[in-house]
Design a protein. Structure first.
Length: 138
């Protein structure tokens, strides 16, 4: 049990990112399914709407709970938000491309490919957040 506690302390940031990454992924999938399956919105617009909602959720959780960037100074928040949304725009574009090719071109399952795409996006987003966006400033 002590070893588990030590591992959690040591990898707190990664564990928090994974937890909130799963939450963000669920937000993304739920919003996508609501738009695509329940409301009949086409695939690509559903993907974009799901991205917008999940990125807003991810920014707040990543800033405050994962990378513990506590500054609410407007300049800091603006810089972090701009970097965060720019990086997420790149991975969001990747998500749209994957979904378009897998679902619209090849006829794959929207839900299955949404999950696969999100795994790829989560890994890329963690690297960007850790290295560029919420890095500790000296």
């Amino acid at each position: 049990m002590a070893r588990l506690g030590e591992l959690l302390r040591r990898y707190k940031g990664v564990a928090a990112y994974l937890f909130f990454g799963v939450c963000t992924t669920l937000v993304n999938i739920i919003v996508y399914e609501l738009c695509f399956a329940a409301l009949g919105v086409r695939n690509v617009p559903s993907t974009v709407i799901a991205w917008l909602v999940s990125v807003a959720f991810a920014f707040v959780t990543n800033k405050l709970l994962v990378f513990e960037s506590r500054s609410l100074a407007p300049a800091v928040v603006a810089r972090e938000a701009a970097s965060f949304f720019a990086c997420r725009a790149a991975t969001g574009a990747l998500d749209v491309i994957i979904m378009y090719i897998a679902v619209d071109v090849f006829g794959g399952s929207g839900l299955v490919w949404k999950i696969i795409s999100n795994v790829i996006v989560v890994i890329l987003n963690y690297a960007a957040s850790k290295i560029f966006i919420f890095k500790k400033r000296q």
